[in-house]
Design a protein around this ligand. Structure first.
Ligand code: NAP
Length: 255
């Protein structure tokens, strides 16, 4: 029977690439995000390539919406074996001193509480499958801080804490917990969201970087971890572009 994989934040970037990749690996993918039009296009693309997917409109900050996602999972044509908690992002690059409480609230709601909500809702189905996998897409910001990144790094540290705690709490049960920590990934919307649609500021993040990671690179890491034999638990996978030796040390050509 086809296994089912749920991917949150599947309407863009890493989530969309992960949905495509897991479908290519043979999963029936439940692609979840708020923008139904983008999900519809993604599902059509996956099906045209011979894969299987279902679009599920879902806001991870809403209890009702996440309950509906769990219902869609229960109705899916196979055991739910994989959950990729990917929905998230950053807002702002302001110092703690003057950071917007609203931006911090959004980052907590989506990255941290969204992961909590979806994980709680889907855990019974993952356990019932007898071989569940929870992937949490945190970040190198989950273990490093940088100036202006207080809100985002705090949220990603919290997601990293959830991954570690959950692994301990689920010990002895058939669910592994994998944390993926990407460094700089050039996705279409991440920096645009961070800088409230300011395309010039968003593009400057990647200026001169020879080859930042792209969404497919991270999807490749997620798919590799999720398709190891079930007794193999990759606790944490840190992945950066070659040009990024550390958060503060990025090689930029001509700068
Ligand atoms: N890009 C990077 O450099 C980088 C590095 C490390 C980690 N990450 C992490 O990787 C993940 C994906 O990032 P990305 O670069 O692919 O960003 P992205 O292109 O901006 O995608 C973010 C996704 O999250 C979804 N989302 C936002 N709010 C949501 C909500 N309330 N409910 C459901 N879905 C929601 C968006 O869909 P809708 O707007 O349609 O809901 C979108 O599909 C994030 O957790 C991010 O923090 C990114």
């Amino acid at each position: 029977m086809t296994s089912v994989a749920i991917v949150t934040g599947a309407s863009s970037g890493i989530g969309a690439a992960t949905a495509r990749r897991l479908a290519a690996e043979g999963f029936h993918v439940l692609a979840a995000a708020r923008r139904a039009d983008r999900l519809g296009a993604l599902v059509a693309e996956i099906e045209a390539a011979g894969g299987r997917a279902t679009a599920v409109e879902c806001d991870v900050t809403s209890d009702e919406s996440v309950a509906a996602l769990a219902e869609a999972a229960a109705a899916a044509p196979g055991p739910v074996t994989v959950l990729v908690n990917n929905a998230g992002g950053a807002r702002g690059l302001d110092p703690v001193e003057s950071g917007s409480v609203g931006d911090w609230q959004w980052m907590y709601d989506v990255n941290v509480l969204g992961t909590l909500r979806v994980t709680q809702a889907v855990l019974p189905a993952l356990e019932a499958s007898g071989a569940g996998t929870i992937v949490i897409v945190s970040s190198t910001a989950g273990f490093t801080v940088y100036e202006g990144g207080g809100g985002y790094t705090a949220a990603k540290h919290a997601q990293t804490a959830i991954a570690g705690t959950l692994r301990l709490e689920l010990s002895g049960r058939p669910i592994r917990v994998i944390e993926i920590d990407p460094g700089m990934v050039k996705t279409e919307e991440f920096s645009l969201v961070r800088f409230d649609g300011d395309a010039e500021r968003a593009e400057a993040v990647y200026a001169g970087v020879p080859e930042p990671l792209v969404a497919e690179d991270v999807a490749d890491c997620i798919a590799w971890c999720a398709t190891r034999p079930h007794h193999v638990n990759v606790d944490r996978l840190v992945v950066r572009p070659l040009a990024q030796a550390a958060q503060h040390k990025v090689h930029r050509v001509g700068q």
